[in-house]
Write a protein that binds this ligand. Structure first.
Ligand SMILES: [Zn+2]
Ligand SMILES: [Zn+2]
Length: 576
């Protein structure tokens, strides 16, 4: 029996919750977002209530050939459909909202987010013709909402590389509060809006925080991130140096504050602004409409009006900062753009950093731009939107959590973040590095991983969702590496004899015209294999003979080339 005084103290430390009454634990299940940057989605479950935080996509990795995007597997949510109260969003980046149209189609629940976040969600739902089917609620930082019987969620203002980000204080009967930072940085002089609400973090810390889940993206970087406003000064310098030159700035469409600063610089140096790239036009349109970007109407021009101005009188803000082959800047670089040709008078500013994995395509675009005589500028025109080590330390120190889960990072980032927490005095047994699908259960007494659910990411290719799986991908990889060889044979339905062929067609394996001998020999190999079948009285065209041809050809090609193309026998049966 705990004495009253002690119990009072525990109650105070657990947000006033009577601990004796509540034995249930809060379950936390990340369905993605860990071991990678992308596809953030986390399930919070307490008894009969579930709240989902974020619903993002991941971009495909190099080996996921032909895949457009990757979305989370929400089977667990579908199985518990009647428990799910809402999806709560921390901010409007694709890795946090991108999967909403796909997930809401399977599971229609209300969505909560701040103004810009919901504005961007509405763009997305509109594109998928789902705007009328989904209930959206705009919340403001400082607001508290009740979801189901178990959840009270408070939105806390933070800073990031998109306006309107929030952290969440998730209150449940499990005792204490869970603080989820979302993606954040500490910016004392942000462009639009106010600095992160550090008082709120401190207040929660004082009352007692059960668990902290915090952004690990930059856990490897010492020091502090620079303020977004420092980029404005860099633009000012660059613009003043580039008088008479055409300026092209590539950045993320969603970095609304960055775009605002480019517009400020344009205004100061009397340049008109032209916006190019589908996502850039969409996001800036929404941001202007909702009041996140302020610019005089006359300042924005179209391609039709471009010829009325000298090159030194315009700045073009474009997508393509990640070297994406179809984005506007890449099209300009590779001469595929309808209106813009790159030349010596161009100053091209990359106001971005390549996301890991994109370095090669970015440097290819840069080299191409340089080769056309343009100057490409990288330095000082970008700051990160994710907290560096000193900012993480600040949040840990203010929040003083009992338990800690590093989130939003590759394994190395999460490990580094765990190490940082330990260096601040946290015991290692209070820190858990989760993997997607882990079921983590927590209350004031204990925290542990108690199970695992399957959550294999789902691939989206064109209109197909989930129809391309690992087997199809394996085929695509094989095809991309060694190509394809088809063997076509026409056989008689009645006599089972070969009427024509074998004809061999190759794609992506060798260029047939220059490999006449080998193709001839390959044909012979197939003929021999068929003769052998005949001798053994094997007449089963569909099964054994197909296999015999494939095996013989594979061995031959391997011997000749040490390559292993996909071999596709095609048997055509005709009535003859
Ligand atoms: Zn983000
Ligand atoms: Zn993110």
């Amino acid at each position: 029996m705990i004495e009253t005084k002690k119990l009072d103290k525990i109650r105070r430390n657990n947000g006033g919750v009577d601990l004796n009454k509540n034995k249930s634990k809060l379950k936390i299940i990340p369905l993605g977002g860990l071991e990678q940057i992308g596809m953030n989605i986390t399930v919070f479950e307490y008894e009969d209530d579930i709240v989902v935080v974020d619903c993002g996509i991941a971009f495909p990795e190099d080996e996921m050939l032909g895949i457009d995007l990757v979305i989370p597997d929400v089977n667990y949510l579908k199985m518990n459909q009647d428990k799910v109260r809402a999806i709560v969003l921390t901010h409007g980046h694709e890795d946090h909202i991108g999967a909403l149209p796909y997930v809401l189609r399977q599971l229609n629940v209300p969505v909560y987010g701040t103004k810009l976040t919901i504005g961007l969600v509405e763009n997305k739902l509109n594109e998928h013709k789902m705007l009328n089917d989904v209930k959206r609620t705009v919340v403001t930082p400082g607001q508290k909402i009740k979801l189901g019987d178990a959840f009270n969620i408070e939105f806390i203002r933070t800073n990031h590389s998109i306006p309107d980000p929030v952290a969440l204080a998730i209150h449940t009967p499990a005792g204490g509060v869970v603080v989820h930072t979302g993606d954040f940085k500490v910016d004392y002089s942000p462009i639009n809006g106010k600095p992160i609400d550090l008082q709120k973090f401190a207040e929660l810390g004082k009352k007692g925080v059960l668990l902290l889940m915090a952004d690990s993206t930059n856990a490897e970087r010492p020091g502090y991130t620079q303020s977004e406003s420092s980029v404005g000064r860099a633009f000012d310098d660059l613009f003043s140096n580039f008088k008479g030159k055409r300026i092209i700035v590539a950045t993320f469409a969603s970095n609304v504050d960055r775009v605002q600063q480019i517009i400020h610089a344009a205004g100061k140096y009397k340049r008109k602004v032209l916006v190019e790239g589908r996502s850039m036009v969409n996001v800036i349109g929404t941001a202007i409409e909702l009041g996140y970007i302020k610019m005089p109407k006359k300042m924005m021009i179209t391609f039709e009006e471009l010829s009325q101005y000298r090159e030194g009188q315009v700045v073009i803000i474009t997508t393509g900062s990640q070297g994406e082959p179809l984005a506007a800047l890449s099209r300009m670089a590779y001469d595929n753009h309808r209106h813009i040709n790159i030349h010596e008078n161009d100053k091209i500013i990359f106001s971005s950093k390549p996301i890991p994995g994109n370095e090669k395509s970015v440097s290819k675009v840069i080299n191409t731009l340089f080769a056309k005589g343009a100057e490409v500028i990288f330095e000082d025109a970008h700051v990160s939107g994710h907290a560096y080590q000193e900012e993480l330390k600040l949040i840990h120190t203010l929040v003083k959590p009992k338990y800690f889960i590093p989130i939003h990072g590759e394994v190395k980032h999460m490990r580094k973040h765990a190490e940082l927490a330990e260096n601040l005095g946290m015991k290692s047994d209070k820190i858990t590095i989760l993997a997607p699908g882990d079921v983590y259960e927590v209350n004031y007494r204990s925290a542990e991983v108690t199970g695992k659910i399957t959550s294999d990411p789902i691939f989206v290719d064109g209109l197909g969702v989930g129809d391309v799986g690992n087997i199809v991908l394996r085929d695509r990889q094989k095809l991309s590496q060694d190509g394809l060889m088809t063997v076509v044979i026409t056989v008689s339905k009645s006599t089972r004899e070969v009427l024509a062929g074998p004809d061999i067609v190759s794609r992506g394996f060798v260029y047939v015209r220059e490999s006449g001998d080998m193709m001839g020999e390959a044909r012979e190999v197939v003929v021999k294999a068929l003769e052998q079948c005949k001798r053994k009285n094997i007449r089963d065209w569909g099964g054994k003979m197909k296999t015999a041809m494939r095996d013989a050809l594979r061995d031959f090609l391997w011997q000749q080339t040490k390559r292993n193309p996909m071999i596709l026998p095609v048997i055509m049966e005709v009535d003859k």
